[in-house]
Design a protein around this ligand. Structure first.
Ligand code: OAD
Length: 237
C-alpha cells in the first residue's frame, strides 16, 4: 500500500508553461538554457566573484520572465494530489520558479533555491524579491548592499538535504517528473529510494540519463502524464 510519496520535479514540469529547460528544447521549439549561456559564466560562485553584473543581469532576466508565466496542468495536478493525499508527501523541486506554489501546492521544498528570494551575504537573511538586483539595492533586513540571487550554483550544496533524505527513507513511492537526471545529488535520489524499498516511477518527455534505475518510465508531456497519474492514484486510494 502506498502511504508516503516523494515527488522530484525538474525543468520539464515547467516547460509547457514556457520556461526554458536547461539541456534540451523542452518541447517548446527553443534551446536549452545551457546551450545559450555557459554555466561557468553565470551559475557558479566564481562567475559571481569575477563578473557580478553579468550574473545579476542573467538572474534579473530569469526572475522577470517567470513572473509572466502561469502554472500548467501538471502543476495543478500535483497541487490537487498534495491537497488530497492523507499520507506524507513531499514535492522536492529542482526548479527555482514558483509555479508549484502558484498552482496551490503546499508541501514543496526548493532544493536549488528560489528566483523570488534575495539572500543577503552580510546578514544571511532571505527576503522576498521580485525586482532587479543589478542596481545593488540594500538588504531589507540590514541595509547592506550585498544581495545575491537565492539560487544554488554549481559547486554549492543544495538546500535541506537532511529533510530530503528523511522523506526518501519513509517513501513508499518515488516519482521523478521532467528531469534529465544529469545533476547530482538529485539524480541519485531514485537509487536511494529504490534501495530503501520504494517503488520508483519516471514521467518524462523522453528517456532520461537515469531511466534505467526506475521500475517504470512513462514517456510524454507532463501536462498529459501527470494529471493521468494523479487521477489514477487518487482513484485507487
Ligand atoms: P534539464 O533541462 O536537464 O532536463 C529537463 C528534462 O525535462 C529533460 O529530460 C526533458 O526531456 C524533459 N522535458 C522537457 N519538456 C518536457 C515536458 N513537456 N514534459 C515532461 N518532460 C519534459 O532540467 P533539470 O533536470 O531540471 O540546476 O536540470 C537539473 C538542474 O540542472 C537544474 O535544477 C539546474 C540545472 O543546471 C542548477 O542550476 C543548480
Amino acid at each position: 500500500m502506498i502511504r508516503n510519496i516523494v515527488i522530484l520535479t525538474g525543468a520539464g514540469v515547467s516547460a509547457e508553461s514556457g520556461i526554458d529547460t536547461f539541456r534540451d528544447a523542452g518541447g517548446q521549439g527553443g534551446q536549452g538554457l545551457w546551450e545559450q549561456h555557459r554555466v561557468e559564466d553565470v551559475a557558479t560562485p566564481e562567475a559571481f566573484a569575477r563578473d557580478p553584473d553579468l550574473v545579476l543581469r542573467f538572474y534579473d532576466m530569469r526572475r522577470a520572465a517567470i513572473q509572466t508565466k502561469q502554472p500548467n496542468a501538471a502543476h495543478a495536478a500535483l497541487a490537487r494530489l498534495d491537497a488530497a493525499w492523507p499520507g506524507r508527501l513531499l514535492i522536492v523541486t529542482q526548479n527555482v520558479d514558483d509555479l508549484h506554489e502558484r498552482a496551490g501546492a503546499r508541501r514543496v521544498l526548493h532544493m536549488h533555491g528560489e528566483h523570488l528570494l534575495a539572500w543577503c551575504t552580510a546578514c544571511d537573511v532571505r527576503s522576498p524579491w521580485t525586482g532587479p538586483l543589478l542596481d545593488r539595492p540594500p538588504c531589507p533586513a540590514c541595509g547592506t548592499r550585498a544581495l545575491r540571487p537565492d539560487v544554488v550554483w554549481f559547486g554549492e550544496v543544495p538546500y535541506r538535504m537532511d529533510a530530503i533524505h528523511a522523506a526518501l527513507r519513509d517513501a513508499d513511492l518515488f516519482v521523478s517528473i521532467g528531469t534529465s537526471g544529469a545533476v547530482y545529488p538529485a539524480a541519485g535520489f531514485v537509487r536511494l529510494a529504490r534501495d530503501l524499498g520504494a517503488r520508483t516511477l519516471e514521467l518524462n518527455l523522453e528517456a532520461s540519463q537515469g531511466s534505467r534505475w526506475f521500475h517504470e518510465s512513462r514517456l510524454g508531456p507532463a501536462t498529459e502524464l501527470v494529471p493521468a497519474w494523479v487521477d489514477r492514484l487518487l482513484a485507487q486510494d
